[in-house]
Design a protein around this ligand. Structure first.
Ligand code: NAD
Ligand code: 89V
Length: 343
């Protein structure tokens, strides 16, 4: 268990990964769970041997007094649940999307800062082994100053089967998946000062957009393209791989299919396999995401112990959310250029 006793709110589709990862995380674990749905509460409680089960989050926090709370519900409940924890001085992790508008996101960040309580958004894609490998190459400087980047996620995987709500919202791919790709672009290329976006709905059975193509201008002067699609039937189904291209003044980098990394410089090209580890509880093709869940949760525990701000703190996530908002605003305005810092 370790020194930090956690409580999970929301025992749905994705929380199962978080529960597995909490078992593996050093220095922390889960002592209580909460869900409004008795069947889901029982299923997770039985699978992970958690006896302290609640259908009321406030009651759980008041009785258990956990050292942190991990909110794994969908976006609508994030602000009230985050505020419930902050009001009790309990450090909080909240799943993405952190909020459905900037006002809610800012209110949560300000409340956390006022209370002096740590707040992290579970934005795990930048923690994926292949994305960290790309960052490590950039840090060596071997491809020189980047001038172009691409973060791409294209698939026809049936995400609606496991997460039916994804088919129902007015917003879909930018808010759910593009948010990860935009965060990855920030992580790799730095803050953006402009975005222009186009969206499409190809699948007639869903309500929101399932294709988005976005072009970003970064403060560094580089340009990037972030594109995502859940309507792309390809010979090789790459779900849930994120592909990355970066061109620099002295070379280039490609994170291609099946986690193959190619770095090209003056001396030629070298290749590396940057595949994620298949954890004992993980299953393909989700293992890339599943491994990053353990990595981000371990980061949270390390930050709590060392009194550090997590990389994907609530404040950091405001810039990712601003890109999401700016992308929707641009797409709604015929592809107009929007400065995310103005939102
Ligand atoms: P889900 O609907 O399967 O599960 C959510 C659960 O929360 C449900 O069981 C529901 O009963 C419970 N719940 C809702 N409000 C509650 C409340 N007030 N108190 C207690 N329980 C409550 O959803 P999901 O697919 O597991 O997604 C949850 C979140 O995780 C979403 O925000 C989603 O975007 C995110 N997600 C993240 C990743 C990732 O890689 N980071 C992947 C998938 C989903
Ligand atoms: O990671 C996520 O947020 C998921 C999925 C990969 C399906 O888009 O919702």
């Amino acid at each position: 268990m370790g020194e930090f006793r956690g409580a999970v709110i929301g025992c749905g589709f994705f929380a199962v990964n978080q529960m597995h990862a909490w078992r593996d995380a050093a220095g922390g674990g889960i002592v209580a769970i909460c869900d409004l749905d008795p069947a889901r509460l029982a299923a997770v409680g039985n699978e992970f041997g958690i006896a302290a089960r609640y259908d009321d989050a406030a009651e759980m926090l008041d009785e258990v007094k956990p050292d942190f709370v991990d909110i794994a519900t969908t976006v609508k409940s994030h602000r009230p649940l985050v505020e419930l924890a902050l009001a009790r001085g309990i450090p909080v992790i909240c799943q993405k999307p952190f909020a459905s508008d900037m006002a809610d996101a800012r209110a949560m960040v300000e409340a956390a800062e006022k209370a002096g309580v740590p707040l992290m958004v579970h934005e795990n894609f930048r923690w994926q082994t292949p994305i960290q490998a790309v960052r490590a190459v950039l840090d060596t400087g071997e491809i020189g100053t980047p001038f172009f980047g691409r973060v791409s996620f294209r698939s026809a995987y049936d995400v609606y089967a496991g997460q039916p709500y994804l088919a129902e919202g007015e917003r879909f791919i930018i808010e759910d998946l593009g948010i990860h790709a935009l965060d990855t672009a920030r992580f790799l290329f730095g803050e953006a000062t402009a975005i222009t976006a186009r969206t499409q709905r190809v699948n007639p059975r869903i309500r929101g957009e399932d294709v988005a193509t976005m072009m970003l201008g970064h403060a560094s002067g580089m340009t990037s393209v972030v594109d995502c699609s859940y309507a792309t039937r390809a010979e090789a189904e790459l779900f849930p791989q994120t592909l990355v291209d970066i061109d620099g003044a002295d070379g280039s980098l490609r994170l291609g299919a099946d986690y193959r990394l190619t770095v090209t410089g003056a001396a030629g090209s070298r290749h590396a396999d940057v595949s994620p580890v298949l954890l004992p509880w993980a299953s393909r093709p989700w293992h890339n995401i599943q491994e990053s869940v353990l990595t981000i949760q371990q980061h949270w525990i390390d930050c709590l112990r060392e009194n550090r701000e997590p990389a994907t703190s609530g404040r950091d996530n405001l810039s990712t959310l601003a890109l999401v908002e700016a992308a929707y605003r641009s797409a709604g305005d015929g592809g107009a250029t929007v400065d995310p810092r103005s939102l």
